[in-house]
Ligand binder design. Sequence first.
Ligand code: NAD
Length: 497
Amino acid sequence: MNSIEHFVDGKILKGNSKKTGKVFDPSTGEQTSEVKLATTADINKAIEVAKKAFLGWSQKTPLFRARVLFKFKELIEKNSDELTKIIVSEHGKVYEDAKGSLIRGLEVVEFACGIPQLLKGEFTENVGTNVDSWSTRQPLGVCAGITPFNFPAMVPMWMFPMSIACGNTFVLKPSEKDPSCSMKLAELFMEAGLPPGVFNVVNGDKEAVDAIINNKDIAAVSFVGSTPIAKYIYENCAKNEKRVQALGGAKNHCVIMPDCDLDQAVNGLMGAAYGSAGERCMAQSVAVAVGKIADPLVKNLSKKVESLKVGPGLDKKSQMGPLVTKQHLDKVKGYVDIGVKEGAKLVVDGRNLKLQGYEKGFYMGGCLFDHVKKGMKIYKEEIFGPVLSVVRAKDYNEALNLVNDHEFGNGTSIFTRDGDTGRSFASNVKIGMVGINIPIPVPMAFHSFGGWKRSLFGDQHIHGPEGVRFYTKLKTITSRWPSGIKSDPEFIMPTMK
Ligand code: NAD
């Protein structure tokens, strides 16, 4: 059995924990690895190493750091096939989708290569007579990242390249369900010339997370995962005086207007609802059908959902892979059972899908519900699987209110040919990321990513310009040369003349 340890101080660290987790290949259902789950002592050791490394790394010039990142970018490109296969083997998503998610992570590294420009401060000559003032952004110290299972490359890469580019050192605690990709990225970063201890990966569960929250040497925590854990992280990091951004779950609505291009909307919804088996925080899990579009929408969707090609991620014909674990598969199927009991109409039932030769894999087919209502559990909660709920709304205002009244606020889209409707939606919807005829509006790395409401606790979105602000502290310096100083004491609040 393959054993996955930790990566600390530039090398593999065998922790002292006896606790292990199981890592599966979701396509076969077989356990492929055992992952060591760190003790508090393991985490503290990694943080101590990162604290020492900070002394040197924070003093490196931004240009030096950019050059290491540039080399890292080249190595990711060179190793993209291996990294993609690692993602497929532990997460289950199909190869091209896994590769796309790696590229979206790579784009953050590319953005971080511009760190000399991004860290440039502001300068004002003569804020007072012979007095100059400038502001600069300085790194925080040791930062930590805690990441979910659904994007084992992209989500960690939203965090550590930005943090490290800013001059911080980093301890990453990836999901214990698919930890190998982070281990490989750490190895490549070292190969790129990153000094030991600047980037560390410690595998673990709640004990590791709590050790991060309670360690006084952690200056900032970036979290991405489900909303209850995001709230826990936010509250406890704040209590321990840490800077924190905690991105949570989602229930993204896609509003389908009667004037839209139906083919475009249906195809957009198919990819957004069933791509990555619905295990995306930007998955569209609710289609709001406005007015007379509802019947043709459901008819067209149902044909496509029935013919979805489900199979192992490495099979080029597969459009949708398995779910991540048996436990998660059971949870998603359980939600479908609940929806049926609640009275929603199950138009396509994928619960009983079996694949010949892969009987133990964690597969299910796509499910499509119609006539889902606001009060239903399947509408209120995040299912995080290949289940699309159609809710019928009589007009645009009812659709907009549905989106705005939901507790989550990650992403949303509208399909319409009408410019006024698109503009009104973008302006009035209470959601962090909005698409107009774009089914999955994930911002590029040079913008920033983040939701509203209970999809993000904290003030700053992740990566991009917001990432630079999150991972640095602002300092403003006001200065004059001694020759310009009057020698009399001044007891009044200084004002500039
Ligand atoms: P999760 O919340 O179960 O786990 C996320 C991380 O928290 C993991 O590293 C895990 O080890 C840790 N963790 C789990 N339980 C914990 C506990 N009790 N105490 C402390 N730490 C704990 O999430 P997941 O199932 O891995 O990922 C899916 C969720 O992530 C979905 O809700 C999805 O919407 C969300 N997500 C959100 C975004 C976003 O940008 N908003 C992006 C990706 C995923």
